[in-house]
Design a protein around this ligand. Structure first.
Ligand SMILES: [Ca+2]
Length: 252
């Protein structure tokens, strides 16, 4: 509750007024270090709740965002084990949502899931998991792709991706695309220093990314952000995915 001590009188008044109007108030700051306290609160839009998100930046710093978010992003797909992406290609470590009181997102703690491939392999092979991929376009339109099973093999086997059971918006099943030169399913992971793709060259170097490439690709949610020329790729919506989340959840 220390954060309450940092409110200005004006902010406290605003919170009290909005509380009377039954609107949700959340702390809203981005790029915070763990030892920082957010001193800014906002009124959420209708149907939004408070969240805390911990992530690694591209430069491997640990940062936190807090604010309002849509309830769909806090439902069961996100409350289990997650791995993911966020804007600017940082990796989500964990996320917590709350709706029990105003500014309930003052506590930056959330369940810590490290998302290196080694850990994803351990997580995904210790029990059965499904994966849900959320993609958002700049105009706010969103799409989901789900796979009922998800697995990443170990380092010795080059972190081969296995997914089955696609469902989602009508469109292309880009990861499990039946054309072997395009689909990511069954392919080893390629990084800039580990060329495991079938392309005559290294697609991870060309795309400044790392993914389960074949000789080409139909999906890549790791492409380095570089303004309009660099966007995450999912064949049907390739013209500009601005945000994506990859979430896995235990299915037992
Ligand atoms: Ca190659």
């Amino acid at each position: 509750m220390r954060a309450w001590m940092m409110f200005s009188g004006l902010m406290l008044l605003s919170i009290l007024v909005n509380s009377i109007n039954s609107e949700r108030i959340c702390f809203s700051c981005s790029g915070m270090r763990q030892d920082e306290k957010c001193q800014h609160a906002i009124t959420c839009d209708k149907d939004e709740i408070c969240f805390v998100q911990k992530y690694f930046t591209h430069g491997n710093e640990t940062k936190y965002d807090v604010g309002c978010t849509f309830q769909e992003l806090c439902q069961k797909d996100v409350t289990g084990h997650i791995l993911g992406k966020r804007n600017e290609h940082a990796h989500i470590v964990c996320q917590k949502c709350c709706n029990d009181s105003n500014v309930c997102n003052y506590d930056l703690s959330c369940q810590n899931i490290i998302t290196r491939n080694d850990n994803i392999h351990l997580i995904s092979t210790n029990s059965n998991h499904k994966i849900s991929i959320y993609m958002e376009l700049p105009d706010g339109q969103s799409h989901k792709a789900n796979y009922t099973t998800f697995n990443v093999s170990n380092e010795h086997s080059l972190y081969v991706l296995t997914v089955t059971g696609y469902s989602g918006d009508p469109g292309q099943n880009s990861i499990d695309y039946p054309n072997d030169s395009l689909g990511a399913n069954g392919k080893p992971f390629t990084t800039k220093d580990r060329d495991n793709d079938k392309y005559n060259g290294n697609l991870a170097v060309i795309l400044k990314s790392a993914w389960w490439y074949s000789s080409s690709y139909y999906s890549d949610l790791n492409i380095a952000y570089s303004g309009s020329s660099g966007t995450m790729y999912w064949s049907r919506w390739s013209s500009g995915i601005s945000k994506s989340l990859m979430m896995i959840k235990r299915t037992y």
